[in-house]
Design a protein around this ligand. Structure first.
Ligand code: NAP
Length: 281
């Protein structure tokens, strides 16, 4: 049976490290790192996310700000909010909760975020720095995946890594982070021929697809580490992209869903907020 890669425990360890580092940073600089969440509209799931991000930020000794905009806001109004927070010295990280409602276009909004405050790592400058392996803020879920591999001593250098999914927020950045740690990386997607043949090569398999339990045990190399980023709501509850039952018979280590990658995302957001404060002070 595979080792269970415990995201809750790892996220808790990251958070206590961040809390300790925040205290040190405040003592050294006199500045309290701050994160603002901007929520447009009243989507209940998004409200839960931003509320818990705010609570967690305060628990770690950082300042939390929130701007609530009505769903009827114009593109200009949302962009003006970002511009205001860019200029606010109390704030080191700006998070615009996605998706934006209605006809609002998130791309120009995200591009307005001052790159040193881009704690989600979605700004084109952050993306460029990631591609070039230059210091900068990295997207939270992908660095959460790397933190899990590090914590569980899964060797990356020289490993065959297969990432299933090529989105800008998960698949591509995870693939780049693995590459920068000298894995041999393959990115698979919906047009990949014989997916099983590709995934069976992987020492490290990252699934970021959004299709319930599509990666089955027979698609996994015995002894592989399997990181399941997928979150799918089904009648049977929350499941990942990996069929945990069959995969855990074959893998050496595997993340559960829930309790794997999920808790890491917010922990890495808090870590990025401190990182952003360091960049600016
Ligand atoms: P996305 O933008 O929908 O991308 C999905 C990717 O999967 C695409 O690249 C797509 O290929 C590929 N794909 C779709 N069907 C496939 C198939 N049959 N075979 C191989 N590849 C296939 O999704 P995302 O935003 O990356 O998210 C992926 C999953 O991670 C979702 O379940 C999401 O909820 C979850 N997620 C979790 C967290 C967390 O904190 N745990 C954070 C973000 C996302 P094409 O490019 O060819 O269409």
């Amino acid at each position: 049976m595979a080792t269970v890669i415990d995201g809750k425990q790892t996220a808790a360890a990251v958070q206590s490290r961040v809390a300790r580092d925040v205290a040190e940073f405040v003592a050294e600089t006199g500045h309290t790192p701050g994160l603002v969440t901007i929520l447009v509209g009243e989507d209940p799931a998004s409200q839960v996310y931003v509320r818990s991000k705010g609570e967690r930020t305060r628990e770690l000794g950082m300042a939390s700000f929130h701007e609530q905009l009505p769903a009827t806001s114009s593109q200009d109004e949302v962009e003006s909010a970002v511009v205001r927070w860019n200029a606010d010295e109390r704030v080191d990280g700006i998070l615009v909760q996605l998706p934006l409602p209605g006809e609002l276009d998130s791309k120009p909004v995200l591009e307005l975020i001052e790159p040193t405050k881009d704690v989600d790592g979605f700004h084109p400058i952050s993306v460029g720095r990631l591609v070039a392996n230059q210091p900068g803020l990295r997207p939270c879920t992908p660095i959460g995946v790397m933190e899990l591999l590090r914590t569980y001593d899964i060797p990356v250098t020289g490993a065959e890594a297969v990432v299933v999914g090529r989105s800008d927020i998960v698949g591509k950045p995870v693939a780049l982070l693995l590459l920068h740690q000298s894995a041999t990386v393959t990115i698979a997607h919906s047009r990949t021929r014989d997916l099983g043949e590709v995934t069976r090569r992987a020492d490290i398999l990252v699934a970021a697809v959004g299709r319930p339990q599509m990666i089955t045990g027979d698609m996994i190399k015995p002894g592989a580490a399997v990181i399941d980023v997928g979150v799918n709501r089904t009648e049977a509850g929350l499941v990942g992209d990996v069929d945990y039952e069959s995969a855990s018979q074959v893998a050496r280590a595997i993340t559960p869903v829930p309790g794997g990658v999920g808790p890491m995302t917010i922990a890495m957001l808090l870590s990025n907020t401190l990182e952003a404060a360091r960049l600016r002070h």
